[in-house]
Write a protein that binds this ligand. Structure first.
Ligand code: PMP
Length: 595
């Protein structure tokens, strides 16, 4: 038995019987195995239903019950109530022991402990029934009625199975609107908002119970899906040991091990890892590294960066300065953004024969401005948020040579492309080259915590630190131990190599599933690379209406500008990838992107 198929069977069965409530009786305790790898607790976690825990009341039961309560809490499961059934006869004589008092004391301690964790789950002491006759049933029913009523109120059918959001959930959106600001959004004209109750695998469960197939991996990050047990386990173990400690003058195993493993995975020549908290900061760190490197070797005139149009590198001031000057909204911050040099977007598509002329503008810019340029920065092979453009890897080989000729550095921003998304562990592998500096983030922790790394070669590290130089950056949460431990667990999963098959399967399904969109009106281009699928429209789409349409279709996709794009978690089953594609096709057919 495995959790996913059991879950499917249970929900399918529930849908066919005229029952208002679903009550599943577990087979024994939480850690009762279902197969080699999964147990009852895993099944409970994928079902996400409240749990009514039943335990024996006896001398020594507290250990067992408290550990079970911990396990439920750590799996994010709600305790609906606790029933205690005496395993000893309270009236049995035992010299020196007041058994009835001991049993009552157990219940008291459990109520106290639950209260301390903020739980108001009722603790019901059931009698020991000799005969379960009619009178016995009545007695049990009476004792359990308050628990049943509470469960009915708190976890009503619509709240679990879809339909109306409860008032509490609507209230969450109201509270959000009064206090919170969302990404790229107005604080006055509120964007549509979906409250999320929980996640699992490739699914996002909304507060009203609807379950969405995720097509975004939470902006490239959740490659192993959500709530992956291996990642959560690493997080819990590290939380118990040491959540965080400052990185100035101190070090720890999760950070060192992660740095070693990253260097092992990255292109040859990268030798030194600098951890920071987010992708944008990792890009700022890379820019500062390049500037300090040039300064240290006396090239003090090299203070600007060359980057292709159509790029995206983040939202901090430095990162923003190298984003596309139009879509990166340079106009808004024109007065204070550092002014950088922009070259033409790599024009030769990934699937086209390579056109050497696509490097002409880069060559020209480097020849003309070479002495001012600290580094060239770009996203290898896939330009992400700037336009989801896939270009020819040969461009990168040519550009690397041009950088060597101009004696400047090359920075690869692999924050979106890293960790398998394009079909290679890092997109640099498509070109078989190694940059001087490489930034990664997003999927580094499998989407669990925020962590990024800027990795450089010997030339950069030694250049900055020669003659006693130090690199001038040091975030408070540098190399956060929790994030490093989870990142290590994510690399464990990637090192099994299964991602290659998964990404390959998703690529195949995206190609099949998006093919019908090619000839639909308004579509400019459909392209797929690795686990990324893009439907580029001729005109900007209406993100609000399209997002709402997708939610109605049971999928989570968030298009922007002219791009409807899919980058599902690697664990997405074939049927779900095709469902995402079908939702896109249906949207175009119905014109949902226009209204
Ligand atoms: N670089 C690239 C290529 C990105 O896609 C992003 C995020 N979309 C960033 C940098 C910035 O990362 P973060 O949002 O973690 O700051």
């Amino acid at each position: 038995m495995d959790c996913m198929s059991l879950r499917g069977d249970i929900l399918a069965h529930w849908a066919t019987v005229p029952a208002r409530a679903l009550l599943l009786e577990g087979a024994g305790g939480l850690r009762v195995p279902l197969n080699e790898d999964e147990d009852m607790l895993d099944l409970m976690a994928v079902l996400g239903l409240p749990v009514f825990l039943v335990g024996g009341n006896y001398l020594g039961c507290l250990n067992h019950i408290l550990l079970s309560i911990d396990a439920l809490r750590h799996s994010g499961l709600e305790l609906a109530g606790l029933a205690l059934v005496p395993s000893v006869d309270p009236d049995a004589g035992c010299p020196g022991v007041d058994i009835a008092a001991m049993l009552a004391d157990n219940a008291r301690i459990l109520r106290h402990r639950l209260g301390r964790t903020g739980s108001d789950a009722p603790v019901v002491e059931l009698p020991r029934l000799k005969n379960l006759d009619e009178g016995g049933w009545d007695k049990l029913a009476r004792l359990l009625t308050p628990v049943a009523l509470r469960m009915a109120q708190t976890w009503s059918e619509p709240a679990l199975a879809g339909g109306q959001a409860s008032s509490e959930e609507q209230n969450l959106v109201r509270r959000d609107r009064a206090a919170v600001w969302h990404p790229y959004a107005s604080a006055l004209d509120f964007p549509p908002l979906n409250a999320v109750r929980r996640t699992w695998a490739n699914r996002i469960v909304l507060a009203d119970g609807r379950e969405l197939v995720d097509g975004m991996s939470s902006w490239w990050a959740a490659v192993h899906g959500y709530n992956n047990p291996h990642l959560l386990d690493a997080l819990r173990v590290q939380a118990g040991r040491m959540p965080h400690v400052m990185f100035g003058g101190l070090t720890h195993e999760p950070a060192v091990a992660l740095a070693e493993r990253l260097l092992g995975l990255m292109p040859e020549g990268l030798e030194r890892v600098f951890f920071s908290d987010s992708g944008s900061v990792a890009v700022d760190v890379a820019l500062k590294m390049a500037l300090q490197y040039q300064y240290a070797r006396g090239e003090t005139g090299r203070t600007c960066f060359l980057t292709p149009r159509g790029g995206y590198h983040g939202d901090t001031i430095g990162a923003m300065s190298v984003c596309d000057p139009v879509t990166g909204m340079h106009g808004l911050f024109a007065g204070m953004l550092p002014r950088q040099l922009f070259m033409e977007q790599p024009s030769c598509g990934f699937d086209q024969p390579f056109d050497p002329a696509s490097l002409d503008n880069a060559r020209q810019m480097l020849e003309q401005h070479g002495k001012k340029i600290a580094a060239v920065i770009l996203e290898p092979v896939v330009q992400g948020a700037g336009g989801m453009w896939f270009y020819h890897p040969e461009y990168l080989r040519g550009l690397a040579q041009l950088c060597r000729d101009a004696d400047t550095l090359l920075i690869f921003d692999e924050i979106a492309t890293g960790f398998g998304r394009t079909g290679k562990m890092f997109a640099a592998e498509w070109a078989g080259i190694s940059p001087d500096i490489l930034c990664c983030g997003k999927a580094l922790t499998g989407g669990v915590l925020t962590l990024a790394a800027t990795v450089c070669n010997k030339r950069v590290a030694e250049g900055i630190c020669r003659d006693g130089g130090v690199f001038m950056h040091g975030p408070t949460f540098m190399a956060n131990a929790l994030a490093c431990a989870v990142a290590g667990a994510s690399l464990d999963l990637l090192s099994s190599g299964r991602w290659r098959q998964q990404v390959g399967d998703i690529e195949r399904d995206l190609r099949t599933g998006l093919a019908p969109c090619r000839d639909m009106p308004g579509v400019a281009h459909v392209r797929v690379l690795g686990a990324i699928g893009v439907v580029e429209m001729k005109e900007p789409v209406n993100t609000r209406t399209l997002q709402a349409f997708f939610v109605d279709q049971g999928v989570w996709l968030r298009p922007f500008n002219r791009l409807i794009y899919l980058m599902p978690p690697y664990v997405t089953p074939a049927g779900d990838t095709l469902r995402l594609c079908a939702a896109v096709e249906e949207a175009l057919r119905q014109g949902a992107h226009l209204s």
